[in-house]
Design a protein around this ligand. Structure first.
Ligand SMILES: Nc1nc2c(ncn2[C@@H]2O[C@H](COP(=O)(O)OP(=O)(O)OP(=O)(O)O)[C@@H](O)[C@H]2O)c(=O)[nH]1
Ligand SMILES: [Mg+2]
Length: 229
């Protein structure tokens, strides 16, 4: 009889897998705790994810500028080492807490829980969370937010959606940003939209130009910010 093919786990390998499962489970529990805290204070939390330089900070600045007259807005800015984005968002008159993740490529629910303690939660209606620029890792780490926006841009080329499907699965809205550069890049926003719908048929897709503030009102309506906040 042909011998059954077998592989042998390397020393420590199984332990690592268990550790990762435990980590994801713990993150989920902490995310639920964050959500309960946010709900208690009637705060709408929006996790803004997307690749490096796609326009996450620019989008949050535009949304804050549009909403700040009627809502009390806060933001958590995730970044490896700098406060550049936090400073840019603060310019909109928004209270910002910086979270530096060091070498980590995503925020996690524990870090958000710590950041929430720094806010006066009674004084907030909407909380934007700018995740670390990455299309892979943030997908696995829910933070306890109510809505997830993924920001992509035409400058990332025509294949970036189909190459990174997981981040789009849990998204409520995808912003296709830098639409002003469509011609120069030779990338079709329609094709990107079709690729997104193939992965997640119920997600909203909005084309934006964050330099000119185009598409921002559509995002506010698309994820029904005014109904929730
Ligand atoms: N032409 C054009 N440039 C844009 C648009 N949106 C953002 N930018 C520019 O793109 C660059 C990156 O924008 P950010 O908002 O910093 O992008 P980000 O995703 O927050 O970047 P990281 O946090 O570093 O990952 C900046 O120079 C913006 O001015 C847009 O719609 N059109
Ligand atoms: Mg940024």
């Amino acid at each position: 009889m042909e011998q059954i093919k077998a592989i042998k786990a390397e020393e420590g390998e199984i332990f690592d897998i268990e550790l990762e499962e435990d980590l994801l489970k713990k993150n989920k529990e902490l995310a639920q705790r964050n959500k309960r805290l946010l709900d208690k204070h009637k705060i709408l939390a929006i996790d803004v994810m997307g690749s490096i330089g796609s326009g996450k900070t620019s989008l949050i600045k535009n949304l804050a500028s549009q909403l700040k007259e009627n809502y009390r807005i806060g933001a958590i800015a995730g970044d490896l080492t700098t406060t550049i984005d936090a400073d840019r968002i603060k310019d909109e008159g928004v209270e910002v807490i910086q979270v530096n993740t060091g070498k980590e490529c995503h925020l996690d629910a524990n870090l958000i829980g710590k950041a929430l303690k720094k806010f006066d939660l009674k004084a907030l209606d909407i909380l934007f969370i700018e995740n670390v620029g990455n299309l892979i890792c943030p997908a696995d780490f829910p933070l306890g937010s109510h809505k997830r926006i993924v920001v992509i841009s035409v400058t990332e080329g025509p294949w970036m959606v189909i190459k990174h499907p997981y981040i789009f699965l849990e998204a409520d809205l995808v912003a296709i940003n830098k639409i002003d550069l469509t011609k120069a890049m030779g990338v079709s926003p329609q094709k990107l939209t079709e690729d997104i719908y193939k992965i997640n048929p119920t997600v909203k897709v909005v084309q934006t130009n964050c330099i000119k503030g185009e598409g921002i009102e559509e995002i506010v309506e698309g994820i029904r910010i005014k109904e929730y906040a």
